[in-house]
Design a protein around this ligand. Structure first.
Ligand code: HEM
Length: 333
């Protein structure tokens, strides 16, 4: 066993950027995400209006933030190094009706009604914009344990144990620092990846709980299969042939090295659009898209869980740093 150095008590900070406020300790339970594709000459105006609209609703009972798709940046902008259109990974069936977009508005809160009202307020400030796609998400059993925000996903497993538990560790994984080779306007921002993943819950529920736990590589409550408590990390090197934790288990593929957990912060929400379309709005933040999401996604190829999942949407986005310095850098050219 090894103790995760990122663990400890966290203190909530009102200063944290909206997308990470609550990553430690607790995200709001409801989210509405809405993608726009303003394009063309109005791009700069729409960016300014969207920034103002989000700033007007963010705070208190609502945490709202804006994320930029690659199409939000003009050809003269110095771009974040890894910002591109999300590729289609093996097995993906990306539906254009819920993929990509130039601007993504995320509005989160503790009640669906408050989120709806805040969203309507933001859209009134963007009267000529039609949503390219939009989706609702929720986090059942949202709670804090040992400084970590946890929820229950549609496969009945606890989500969030692999996340860092202190604000400092969240920042370290998710926020771009100076000297990382990113444009100066982007320092303080984060890459955000969204994957809308349909989960075959009927098919999954036909497996026994021990079978499900071997596919994930943790118990439903987060405990590791070798008995390591969920607040520590299992060492897979003592189980080289995967007798206890199969080699194709989700967590073993996602983070094989207990001393170097995958450098990303996950903040997913469940979605439910009826019996045939339920799943996860997987979302993660990172300071380096290649070392974060892309490295993990490649390792997950061929995992045992793949036959229960289908990614149907999402995209690559960039959450700009707090304040409007980035806006000036992007629009005054
Ligand atoms: C298909 C839907 C998915 C489900 C149902 C799922 C479920 C889980 C569960 C139950 C855990 C263990 C608890 C925890 O640490 O939160 C976990 C961990 C993790 N998952 Fe997923 N996940 C999914 C997709 C993804 C994707 C698309 C990625 C990234 C490409 C990913 C990356 C990770 C990482 C990095 C960990 C933490 C591993 C660790 O450090 O121990 N997951 N996931």
């Amino acid at each position: 066993m090894s103790t995760d150095a990122t663990r400890g008590n966290s203190s909530p900070s009102a200063e944290a950027p909206a997308h990470l406020r609550g990553a430690a300790p607790l995200p709001f339970t409801q989210i509405h995400s809405l993608a726009l594709a303003p394009g063309g000459e109005r791009r700069a105006d729409v960016l300014r209006s969207a920034y103002r609209a989000i700033a007007a609703i963010d705070g208190g009972e609502i945490a709202a933030w804006l994320a930029l798709g690659e199409g939000a940046l003009s050809s003269r902008t110095v771009r974040p190094r890894y910002l591109k259109r999300m590729p289609s990974f093996a097995g993906d069936v990306l539906d254009p009706a819920q993929s990509h977009g130039d601007l993504l508005l995320h509005i989160t809160g503790s009640s669906a009604a408050a989120v709806r009202q805040a969203t309507e307020g933001a859209l009134r400030a963007l009267p000529h914009q039609q949503a390219l796609w939009r989706t609702d998400g929720f986090r059942p059993e949202n709670r804090i344990e040992d400084g970590q925000g946890l929820a229950r996903n549609p496969f009945h497993f606890t989500e969030g144990h692999g996340n860092p538990a202190t604000e400092a560790a969240v920042t370290d994984r998710a926020i771009i620092k100076a000297g990382q080779g990113e444009p100066s306007w982007a320092v303080g921002g984060s890459y955000q990846v969204i994957r809308i993943i349909r989960l075959a819950t009927d098919f999954w529920d036909r497996d026994t709980i021990p079978e499900q736990e071997r596919i994930i590589g943790r118990r439903r409550n987060g405990r590791w299969l070798d008995g390591t408590p969920n607040t520590e990390r299992a060492v897979f090197a003592t189980d080289p042939h995967g007798k206890i934790t199969p080699l194709d288990a989700h967590v073993r593929r996602a983070s094989p090295n207990p001393r170097a957990p995958a450098p990303l912060v996950r903040r997913s929400y469940n979605y439910d659009r009826g019996p045939d379309d339920q799943g996860l709005i997987f979302s993660c933040f990172q300071s380096d898209l290649e070392k974060g999401f892309e490295a993990v996604q490649h390792r997950l190829q061929g995992e045992a869980m793949a036959k229960y999942t289908l990614t149907t949407g999402g995209g690559y986005f960039f959450v700009p740093p707090p304040g409007d310095g980035w806006l000036q850098a992007l629009t005054e050219q």
